[in-house]
Each structure stands twice: as structure tokens, then as C-alpha cells.
Design a binder for this molecule. Sequence first.
Ligand code: C2E
Ligand code: CA
Ligand code: CA
Ligand code: CA
Length: 286
Amino acid sequence: FEPWMQASASARQSLETDLRAALALNKVELRKAMVVDQFKIYYQPQVSLPDMQLTGFEALVRWQHPVRGMINPDDFIPLAEEIGLIGLLGDWVMHTACRTAAAWPLLSNGRALQVAVNVSPIQLRERRALVASIADALAQSGLDAARLEVEITESALIGDACETLRSIKHLGVTLALDDFGTGFSSLSQLAHYPFDRLKIDRSFVRNLPDGADLTSADATHARWMIQAIASLGSGLDMCTIAEGVETIAQAEMVRAAGVTDIQGFLISRPVPEGDVLALVRRLDAA
Ligand code: C2E
Ligand code: CA
Ligand code: CA
Ligand code: CA
């Protein structure tokens, strides 16, 4: 079930036509164009615990539609995947995010900021194209590979995904397993995949109590799950990042559970590229 499927066939058809038009440039032109008119990348900060040190940003694409306004990725990524345009869009996101991050300043502690880029399961199936896209984005932007993190959603771990992941890892980037806990990947396989960190799905964090319902069954369950994932991560030498952290109470609970990093509205919503520097200054000084 996707929101756009609910819309009438003609509304979906028009969105498809618009998406094709918005991505009509060929691949080379897309890479050169710093701004493809209708697509924008927003950046959401990630911080380490317990000190809330800024470590980097996740790149999240948006479609600024000329008539419908801002469209969220959940409403057009599935369409792009279905009509075969996700490779082109993903390639543009990868190139643009790397080029943008290459210009970010060092933090006052001397560290460089990371940028995390989402890769669709469809892209993962085209191993050569994906590896070439990442290598090319690194080469063209001059971004140090260690500053790029590639996010793969747990549901993509089927078939020969492991080989592809190794090829990506070979470029020197780091790998994160997104939406962890929702995709039923086999725990016995997990140790064989070259992931550097597990991203604990927002559904677990959302169920953490925010004061009133401290003892609800959902809350107890969520807390146990987060603790289990945190110790699984530390046992496998992986960092863990909790996404969707909205309250101080949730941040404290995931810290107590042993989670190493957080991301969420508590720190900041995703911001447009132009607002990143101000956010870096604010979080770096905090
Ligand atoms: P995701 O990778 O799980 O990204 C996290 C989503 O949670 C983002 O939604 C983010 O805005 C939202 N979020 C972050 N913190 C909070 C919070 O504290 N509370 C709440 N309620 N939400 C929070 P967004 O930007 O709408 O992206 C949705 C999904 O679209 C992403 O989920 C990702 O799967 C996909 N996506 C976004 N950009 C790309 C892209 O460039 N390529 C691909 N293939 N997928 C993308
Ligand atoms: Ca993600
Ligand atoms: Ca996620
Ligand atoms: Ca998600």
C-alpha cells in the first residue's frame, strides 16, 4: 500500500509524467547540474551519545513539484522505483550530497562531518551501476570516502546483496543497515555483512514512554527491543543509532539502553542545504 496508489489512476499517471519530465536530463547532465530544478536534498543531523556531539547528516530527498508543492519521498520514491527512474534519481542524490558535504567545515574538535545517503533496494540489485555511481561521486566531489555512509534498508538483504555490499565497502565508505528490526533479516547472517552501524527503526523509538504510560505493554516491549539491538550491535562491533528521537525522555532511554548515536526532531528536523551551516554552528557550540 502506497499513498499514490490510493489516488485515481489518472492522478498517478500525471505524477508519473511529471516525474519523467523532472528527470528528463540525461545522466551526465544530471551529475553536472548542481541543482536539478525540482529536487532538493534536506539534511538531518546525527549526534553521538552521551555528549550530543554532532557527527554528520543524513541526506533526504524532496520533490518540489511546480503545482503540488513539496512532495515527501515516501510519496514518490516507490513510483520512481516502479517506473525505472530510481537509478537516475539515486545517482543525482549521491553526487549532489557528496559535493555538498565536501564543502562542509571541520568541527571545532577537528573532526570532519559524515554524510549518509539512502540507497534503494532496486539500486542494490544493479551492482556495477551502483558501485560506479558511488566511486564517481567520490572522485568528482573529492570527498574522503570515510566521510560517506551508505544506508541500505534491511528489507534489501536478499539474494547476493552481501557481495554487492562488500564491493561498496571496498570503496572505503561506511555502511549502515537502515530500518533495522523491521525487515526480518536473519540474525545469523548479520555478522557476515560488512555493516558499520545499525539504525534502529523509528517504530521502536516511537513506542517508548514519554512520561504518562511508563508501564504500557508497548513501551516495555519497545525498551527491551532497543536494549537487545544495542547489545547485538556492540557484540558485533557495530555502532547503533536510534532514529525518530523526539523527546529528551526518549533520548535518555536509548542512552541507558546502550545506543551510541541518535537522530530525530529532538536535535533538528531535516533542513534545506542553505540552513546546514547555521545548524552546524549551533550544534558545534552546544
Ligand atoms: P528513512 O531513511 O527511514 O528516513 C528517516 C525518515 O524519518 C525521514 O523521512 C525523516 O524526515 C523522518 N524523521 C526523522 N526524525 C524524525 C522524528 O523525530 N520523528 C518523525 N516522526 N520522523 C522523523 P523522509 O525524509 O520523509 O523520508 C522518508 C523515507 O524516504 C526515508 O526513510 C527513506 O527510506 C526514503 N528516502 C529519503 N531520501 C531518499 C533517497 O535519496 N533515496 C532513497 N532511495 N530513499 C530515500
Ligand atoms: Ca535512512
Ligand atoms: Ca530509517
Ligand atoms: Ca523508514
